[in-house]
Design a protein around this ligand. Structure first.
Ligand SMILES: [Zn+2]
Length: 298
């Protein structure tokens, strides 16, 4: 499959309802298919081109509907595929629940940090290698996060940037005691994506920043009765669904606008230097493929 590499440097990973973006922008999207990687096939990749904006797009949970829960996404293949295509910046969207009751349903925010409560994911490319001590402060690319927060402020007047996203394994939702524990640890949001996506992106020196919309209140935050047969079984009120739908639509357009504003700018953040120590020591070469598969090309 001929892919014009290195000219497109940005990507969006769409979260819940990411398939709606594909349906809405069918005209601007060119399907590139899945990309074969040493970790299996990636999710289908699309190239979006419109009005001079050019980026790759992956719908994390499926391109026709919500078909893969966060626990079963092949994160290593997806991030590898984007690196292979020459991507330097990834904006990822996610729809977590609010632990902090002052957050509003449908509110769009740019989280500042993460707590890892996942259990069974593939967290690194560097298996059986002496690589991978990467500092995690700031957790997300500051340059990209700041561009996202500016865009949210421009559109909504305000943007929270200090929220802490607790990433759970799923697919089950959390117990009330778990939510109380996360709150006591400083968690203000709970979701199931972002980890290990952000850590894998860092290993390949890709900038990564999330933008989130609040989907519902986490268990125990608001009194909600059990309603069988509906999404989250009553955690989300019917009156709140419209706010969530509006947020999904605006979050995608917001991410596209941020890419349009930065895609021609060179990176000035520290993300291209995460592996510099190993490079300087001569442990790794310029070709990133050989960092992960040292015998490749020998
Ligand atoms: Zn960066």
């Amino acid at each position: 499959m001929p892919i014009e590499r290195k000219s497109v440097k940005s990507a969006i990973i769409g979260g819940s309802a990411g398939f709606r973006f594909l349906a809405k922008h069918r005209e601007e999207l060119e399907p590139l298919g899945t990309i074969t990687t040493p970790f299996g096939n990636s999710a289908p990749v699309y190239r979006y081109r419109s009005l001079g904006t050019d980026f790759f797009y992956i719908s994390r949970h499926g391109d026709k509907g919500y078909n893969i829960t966060a626990s079963f996404v092949n994160y290593r293949a997806n991030i590898w595929a984007l690196k292979e295509l020459g991507v330097e910046r990834i904006i990822a969207w996610s729809g977590p629940a609010a632990i902090d009751p002052t957050l509003k349903i449908g509110e769009i925010i740019v989280p500042g940090d993460l707590i890892d409560e996942t259990r069974r994911r593939e967290y690194t490319y560097f298996e059986n290698l002496g690589l991978g001590f990467i500092r995690q402060s700031p957790t997300f690319c500051p340059e990209l996060s700041s561009a996202l927060a500016d865009a949210v402020r421009k559109r909504f007047g305000t943007c929270r940037t200090d929220d802490v996203y607790v990433c759970t394994e799923g697919p089950r939702l959390e117990t009330p005691a778990e939510i109380r524990k996360f709150s006591a640890c400083g968690g203000t949001l709970v979701g199931m994506t972002l980890i290990p996506e952000v850590f894998l992106a860092k290993e390949l020196e890709i900038c990564y920043a999330p933008v989130c919309y609040i989907t519902n209140y986490a268990e125990g935050v608001r009194k909600r009765s059990f309603r069988p047969g509906v999404l989250f079984e009553g955690l989300l009120d019917d009156s709140e669904s419209a706010q969530v739908d509006a947020a999904v639509a605006s979050i995608a357009e917001l991410a596209v606008s941020v890419i349009a504003g930065i895609e021609t700018k060179e990176r000035e953040c520290r993300c291209p230097l995460f592996m510099e120590r190993y490079r300087r020591r001569g442990d790794i070469g310029e070709d990133w493929h050989t960092w992960i598969c040292p015998n490749e090309g020998n």
